[in-house]
Design a protein around this ligand. Structure first.
Ligand SMILES: Cc1cc2nc3c(=O)[nH]c(=O)nc-3n(C[C@H](O)[C@H](O)[C@H](O)COP(=O)(O)OP(=O)(O)OC[C@H]3O[C@@H](n4cnc5c(N)ncnc54)[C@H](O)[C@@H]3O)c2cc1C
Length: 262
């Protein structure tokens, strides 16, 4: 089983995000996108169950090697960074174009795993767009990979929907988007951390993938972010109503009527 897991490096979810002059800044470090930890865990479990290899793949700056090292420390066999200034400013569709080319370059991939969404960009578009580019089945919101028949090259998965669960089957190769109920991500082991520290992370450029320059970066993106701004601080006040429960309830009712809430 040849598994690729696509991961993004994002600001820590505990970071305070600020926007100044259209620039986004944060006060904490960069981490492996929290949603992607579940995809990494699933990639490692598939490899452990079926044999083969799990490769982590990231499009990002040099610093994103740290997120890839986390994947190796957890148990991925290899990690590849796609880093090239010509890719800066890529929107979700351009990102998906590049990732699809990289998955093809890895070659003979059976399953490409993804997180639910990136906690910074937040579009949730990348997995589905990669599937479209590759012409593979997109199994998004997967809560369980119930069965993989490596011989017959089929997958059976359970998808979680608002109304319930859905069992789906598809031919491999397939794109599988994960949700957090799928597993409990492991902590990197001591041996894993040592392995990651010494890991040789391959760096691929756009030209290595044969990417069309017109389809990547700002020029190749359909979406522009001309401005970005924080929401105004929420205004609110707390008023404690005194008296017995009956008196407080009567005062509350008067106030709600005065505010035309009821
Ligand atoms: C500071 C900032 C500025 C930005 N500026 C612009 C802009 O000017 N114009 C614009 O169009 N967009 C901009 N973006 C959005 C950015 O291009 C997207 O974040 C990116 O294309 C991926 O979309 P997403 O983050 O919504 O991923 P999602 O679709 O939410 O991610 C879903 C899953 O896809 C995988 N994935 C996503 N990204 C990657 C990746 N890079 N490598 C590997 N796997 C990945 C992960 O498994 C992830 O869980 C900006 C983002 C940030 C944080």
């Amino acid at each position: 089983m040849n598994v690729v897991v696509c991961v993004k490096q994002t600001p820590d979810s505990a970071a305070k995000i600020a926007v100044e002059n259209g620039q986004v800044t944060w006060d904490a470090g960069l981490v492996l996108n929290p949603w992607d930890e579940y995809a990494v865990e699933e990639a490692i479990r598939l490899k452990e169950k079926h044999g083969g290899k799990a490769t982590a793949l990231c499009l990002g700056p040099e610093s994103a090697k740290e997120a890839l090292k986390t994947c190796v420390a957890m148990g991925c066999d290899e990690a590849i960074l796609i880093a090239d200034p010509v890719l800066d400013g890529s929107d979700a569709l351009a990102t998906a174009y590049v990732l699809a080319l990289a998955i093809q370059k890895v070659g003979a991939v059976d399953v490409a795993l993804f997180g639910k969404q990136a906690i910074d960009g937040d579009t949730g578009l990348v997995p589905i767009a990669v599937a479209r580019r590759l012409g593979w089945a997109p199994l998004t919101y997967t809560v369980q990979i119930a069965e993989i028949d490596a011989g017959a090259k089929t997958i059976k998965a359970l998808r979680t929907l608002e109304q319930g669960k859905q069992v789906v089957t598809a031919k491999l190769p397939a794109v599988v988007g994960t949700v957090k109920e799928i597993n409990e991500p492991r902590y990197p082991s001591f041996m894993g951390i040592r392995k990651a520290a010494k890991a040789n992370i391959a760096v691929w450029k756009a030209a290595d993938l044969g990417a069309d320059a017109a389809r990547v970066g700002t020029a190749g993106s359909a979406v522009r972010w001309p401005s970005i701004y924080p929401l105004p601080a929420r205004e609110g006040a707390v008023e404690l109503l005194d008296g017995s429960p009956e008196e407080a309830a009567a005062k509350l009712a008067d106030k709600l009527i005065a505010e035309k809430v009821i």
